[in-house]
Design a protein around this ligand. Structure first.
Ligand SMILES: [Ca+2]
Ligand SMILES: [Ca+2]
Length: 413
């Protein structure tokens, strides 16, 4: 009995031992596996971090943005209203409706088309239409007018020397092309083909880089999508490569090796990046801003002039740029109906054409005003006219909210 018990116990022990051994083995194996997992996870993690740093999405790498908001002088609203009252017979937006009538009807003294439907305030008022409310039937009528002008909307037409074939009636009606101060073509609301007066290679600018436009031989024209900025050259621009390593960039000529690099690495990255671009884009990246050498003292005397010095057209902007090129800073008044006024000095412009602003009193740099180019179409009852204007945003101001900018007489001394 006892032998049997002993034998059984021994057997149990062996089983127990085997079980223990097997458990130990399992645990050991598991631990080893865990170690391996940790090891590979760490390796994978490191690889992910490196790849993440190299291929970090572009939107995580933000360029230095100027988000400075200037302090506006609220008291200037009273001054503005006094100036407006003294100019009640004037027609600041030149739409044929004098300032006092515009005010009486609740229209903008600065916008010839207060509701933005393509029909001037004058046309709408003289036809008993609502000048401060967009009217769809008028938009349809505009289309009819344009159709009748060219019989068929898809017929080619010429704007600023560019021959256009609109894709659709919307483009034909509202599509525009204007020449930018640096010789580009800014398209707005236009989709279709465009034939340029000179040059044989047309490029659009995407993220600051030249991208070739689709070409159609039949019309010797390039395909334009909406709101594109296009540059046309006599020959293909040379290509270069920008390689960025830990934030330091250098440019190399275009060759087989750099072409491969730009294919492997992203355009922007924390550790390494490589980007193939037109040499003009590289020049632009390296080029600085145009600024005046010094800013003198200025005084304002004429208040009406301060609020109505210009019409925010592209011509005003071209004049401003030529003054800066001639080393003359330009005093400026920013005005918002709701917030007030800020007095500044434009003393330069960036390679993108944005304006560099200093404070009028302290002469200290305050920020950058972003500039865009667009055109407004207006029907005044007789003819369709186009007004080429610039838009601006920055320093807490935005032309889309009706804010205005007035470049003042250059009276620095
Ligand atoms: Ca007016
Ligand atoms: Ca209107």
């Amino acid at each position: 009995m006892s032998r049997l018990q002993d034998t059984l116990r021994d057997k149990n022990n062996t089983v127990e031992h085997r079980k223990e051994f097997s458990d130990f083995h399992k645990i050991k194996k598991k631990k080893e596996l865990n170690k391996k997992i940790i090891k590979y996870t760490a390796i994978c993690g490191c690889i992910a971090v490196v790849l993440g740093a190299i291929y970090v999405p572009q939107y995580f790498i933000k360029d230095n943005e100027d988000s400075i908001e200037v302090k506006l002088n609220v008291g200037a609203v009273t001054e503005y209203n006094a100036a407006l009252k003294n100019a009640s017979e004037e027609d600041w937006d030149k739409d044929g409706v004098i300032n006092s009538i515009e005010q009486q009807k609740g229209l903008s003294v600065w916008n010839a088309d207060s509701d933005g439907d393509g029909f001037s305030d004058y046309y709408e008022l003289s036809n008993n239409l609502k000048a401060n409310e967009k009217d769809q039937s008028l938009t349809d009528m505009m289309k009819t007018i344009l159709k009748s002008k060219d019989e068929k909307y898809d017929m080619a037409y010429k704007v600023n020397g560019v021959v256009l074939w609109a894709d659709d009636i919307k483009s034909r009606t509202y599509g525009r092309v204007i020449r930018t101060p640096d010789g580009g073509y800014q398209f707005t609301n236009f989709k279709g083909y465009a034939q340029f007066p000179e040059g044989t290679c047309a490029y659009r600018i995407k993220n600051g880089k030249h991208v070739k436009l689709k070409y159609r031989k039949k019309e010797d024209a390039y395909y334009i999508k909406e709101d594109e900025l296009v540059y046309v050259y006599d020959s293909k621009p040379d290509m270069v490569n920008r390689i960025t390593f830990f934030g330091k960039s250098f440019y190399t000529s275009d060759n087989f090796f750099t072409k491969i690099l730009s294919g492997i690495f992203p355009d922007k990255g924390v550790i390494i990046a490589s980007s193939r671009m037109a040499s003009i884009d590289a020049d632009n990246e390296l080029a600085g801003s145009t600024v005046v050498s010094s800013v003198g003292k200025a005084t304002y005397t004429d208040k009406i002039n301060r609020f109505s010095a210009n019409t925010n057209t592209l011509d005003d902007l071209v004049t401003l740029r030529s003054l800066i090129q001639n080393n003359q800073a330009v005093p400026v008044s920013f005005y918002s109906d709701k917030k007030g006024e800020y007095l500044g000095i434009v003393y330069g412009y960036t390679r993108n054409g944005d304006l560099i602003i200093a404070d009028y009193y302290s002469k200290d740099y305050v920020g950058i005003l972003n500039i865009g180019y667009t055109a407004e179409t207006l029907y005044n009852g007789n003819d369709i006219t186009q007004k080429e204007i610039f838009t601006f945003s920055g320093l807490g101001l935005n032309s889309e909210n009706g804010d205005r900018i007035n470049f003042l007489d250059n009276n620095f001394h």
